[in-house]
Design a protein around this ligand. Structure first.
Ligand SMILES: Nc1ncnc2c1ncn2[C@@H]1O[C@H](COP(=O)(O)OP(=O)(O)OP(=O)(O)O)[C@@H](O)[C@H]1O
Ligand SMILES: [Mg+2]
Length: 286
């Protein structure tokens, strides 16, 4: 067992079999237990903490039922969140945001991540990490709106990861979403380059009128950039979420791993689910 650098270990126990995953957990201040799954369960029982491996195990069981050919019956009352992560600028944290939110949602109810990006980063992430608490499907096509109801059958939540280019696909994702998150880095060039995305949102979302929310990502702690960005975005009349995603090495190195529960994306989800922020999100069964 490897406690995090000098800090009190948190109450989480995370099952992990790979060295990279151990390093990842340490950065997050989690206890990492390299070893077999059985050992991890044993230690979890002895310590009396059951987040992490045990939760993942139960989600894996559910995931197996989701992966069965027959779709789940819609005992969950249909879709609750249909969220697209959109920014035509590349490398702003769209996939990282989509994956972390899908994981947080997937721990609550069956969740589908639709990878609409032909680059396939979210799909690759899922290949590398079969224990993700949500299902991923690749659908990089502009007829997404027509196909989505079929793909999403049996899922309570749907997260759409979108490409930086491929305008027709991004338009289709926006037209299919009830909430659009726009991750952006808090720097002037990035804010300036938001204009084409905002134009696309206005045009593609004209019919379904999704809630559009800007999310500041890769924010350097101890700098003024986030505050400055809020002022610029506020002056343009764009709603900015209170939650911010810090520039954190662990996010960069978390690729291919199961995102941990909580942290910045957990706080973001809580904010999203608060009715003041997203009018279109029902709280049913969350
Ligand atoms: N908060 C963060 N802190 C540090 N690194 C991050 C953070 N968020 C994302 N990254 C890293 O930044 C890079 C770009 O992130 P990501 O792939 O999520 O962006 P993207 O908008 O989906 O890119 P693309 O437009 O190419 O699809 C990746 O290497 C990712 O691991
Ligand atoms: Mg991406």
């Amino acid at each position: 067992m490897t406690p995090s650098r000098g800090r009190q270990p948190s109450s989480l126990v995370v099952a992990t079999l790979h060295e990279e995953a151990v390093a990842f957990c340490q950065r997050f201040g989690l206890i990492a237990i390299p070893g077999s799954r059985r050992l991890v369960r044993k230690v979890s029982e002895v310590l009396g903490v059951v987040r992490g491996e045990r939760r993942l195990a139960s989600h894996s069981a559910r995931d197996r039922s989701i992966r069965a050919d027959a779709p789940l019956s819609t005992a969950h009352g249909g879709l609750v969140i249909q969220l697209a992560v959109v920014n035509l600028k590349g490398g702003v944290g769209k996939t990282t945001t989509a994956v972390h939110l899908a994981a947080s949602l997937g721990r609550k109810a069956p969740t589908l991540l639709v990878d609409t990006d032909p680059q396939g980063s979210a799909s690759r992430w899922a290949q590398l990490s079969p224990e993700l608490p949500y299902r991923t499907v690749a659908y990089p096509h502009h007829n997404l709106k027509t196909r989505l109801p079929g793909l999403a059958q049996g899922y309570q939540h749907v997260v759409l990861d979108t490409p930086p280019g491929h305008i027709a696909i991004v338009q289709a994702a926006v037209a299919s979403a009830s909430v659009v998150l726009v991750p952006v880095e808090p720097y002037l060039m990035d804010l300036d380059r938001l204009a084409p995305t905002i134009d696309l949102l206005a045009q593609a979302g004209a019919q379904n009128n999704p809630d559009v929310l800007v999310l500041l990502t890769r924010v350097r702690s101890g700098t003024r950039s986030a505050r400055g960005a809020r002022e610029v975005l506020g002056a343009r009349g764009l709603p900015v979420l209170r939650s911010e995603i810090p520039l954190f090495e662990a996010y960069g190195w978390g690729y291919g791993l199961v995102p941990p529960d909580g942290h910045a994306y957990g706080a973001l989800l809580e904010e999203l689910l608060s009715s003041e922020v997203v009018a279109g999100v029902s709280h049913e069964s969350l």
